[in-house]
Design a protein around this ligand. Structure first.
Ligand code: KG4
Ligand code: ZN
Length: 355
């Protein structure tokens, strides 16, 4: 048995979690700093770091107490290594390193991005990864920083087959909401405003899908581009500035804008799923909280795919996904881990260690 304490501070959530054997989430405490950043319309890295510093001790204590364990029961500390905001990451890394030093516990750095994929298998879907017939899998990871399609083959090696060439889907939500005056974070705000809107009222661009009549280069077949959407919604708002106060207009705009993003994500996923003959489709990352995206993703089940969607608690940033993935890294633990806080998404070779 392994009890791992996970710590996550890559952006604006201070989170700590205790996970048993990579699967059983005994606690998952998330302190969100959203209210502190919303007046700035986005996350301010130094402010995030200061907030992490203020709250990390209490958050870790709460994670241990909710799991009914003490630090002496913990077998290893897992911490987000990157990618993320460097000042914010350093708070978690330092705190984790001090804990590991004081209690002589292994310290396992975890890649935030691969942990998002792992989040889809929490709290108890780990066995799914043991069945060969569930492979190959295709994972769509959509967050504020990433929009990536990954292929996980039978040998569990992972390859990026598509990613955004500019903005991530979460950024598109955040920027669109800002232009509509809906506040930060934009994803939940657009979703709420879109609830009573007509998704077909306005047509927003679906870049790199061929929808505009322009052929897509083969190399961009599974890539995304969302930066044009921002210009489109900006022009749309300027053109209609005289009715920007109208709730129906905002609802229709939000619904149509959300539809454009979701439509592209679903189309590309389905195209890649067919092309690579996958059995299973995985959805994770903060944008996977979006109900319209979840509904359309679930509907792909009718085409014969196994569908795994991260529970909302494990979509947005959380330490359970960090502690969960660390369990699989623990077996190869070496004290000389590379703490590369500038970790970027590896170009082609992405190692995911599922037992
Ligand atoms: O995974 P995450 O918490 O942080 C990163 O690693 O980036 O994702 C945050 C992103 C934000 O852009 C936020 O607007 C988006 O996820 N998001 C949503 C929803 N909830 C969060 N986007 C669309 N609909 C939502 N309900
Ligand atoms: Zn994230």
């Amino acid at each position: 048995m392994a009890l791992i304490l996970g710590i996550e501070t890559s952006c604006d959530e201070t989170s700590a979690s205790v996970v048993e054997n990579g699967n059983f989430v005994l606690s998952n405490i998330v302190y969100s700093q959203i209210t502190k950043h919303s007046e700035f319309g986005g996350v301010v890295p130094e402010l995030a770091a200061r907030e992490h510093l203020q709250s990390i001790e209490v958050v870790v204590q709460e994670a241990l107490s909710q799991a009914s364990v003490s630090i002496f029961d913990i077998d290893a500390i897992a911490v987000t290594n990157g990618p993320g905001l460097v000042p914010a990451l350093l708070i978690g890394l330092n705190f984790a390193r001090a804990l590991s030093f004081s209690y002589k516990l292994p310290l396992i750095p975890v890649n935030h991005f691969t942990a998002h994929i792992y989040g889809a298998f929490l709290p108890d879907k780990m066995n799914f990864l043991k069945k060969n017939s569930n492979f190959p899998m295709l994972a769509l990871v959509v967050s504020g920083g990433h929009t990536v399609l990954l292929l996980i083959d039978k040998s569990k090696s992972v390859r990026i087959i598509g990613q955004t060439l500019d903005d991530a889907a979460g950024e598109a939500f955040d920027k669109g909401a800002k232009i509509l005056g809906l506040g930060y974070p934009g994803g939940p705000a657009i979703e709420k405003a879109a609830k009573y809107g007509n998704p077909s009222k306005f047509i927003f661009p679906r870049a790199l899908t061929g929808a505009s009549g322009r052929a897509v280069d083969e190399e961009d077949r599974f890539n995304f581009s969302f930066s044009g959407l921002k210009t489109a919604i900006l022009n749309h708002s300027r053109k209609n500035h005289h009715i920007m106060y109208d709730t129906n207009f905002i609802a229709d705009t939000a619904a149509s804008y959300q539809e454009a993003i979701v439509d592209v994500l679903i189309r590309k996923t389905l195209d890649a799923a067919k092309f690579y003959s996958v059995s299973t489709l995985i959805l994770s990352g903060g944008v996977a909280c979006n109900s319209r995206l979840r509904d359309k993703f679930i509907a792909l089940k009718q085409q014969g795919y196994n569908i795994i969607i991260a529970e909302r608690e494990f979509c947005t940033d959380n330490a359970a996904m960090i502690a969960g993935e660390a369990y699989h890294l623990l077996k190869n633990y070496t004290a000389s881990y590379d703490f590369d806080i500038f970790a970027r998404l590896p170009e082609n070779k992405l190692k995911i260690s599922f037992i």
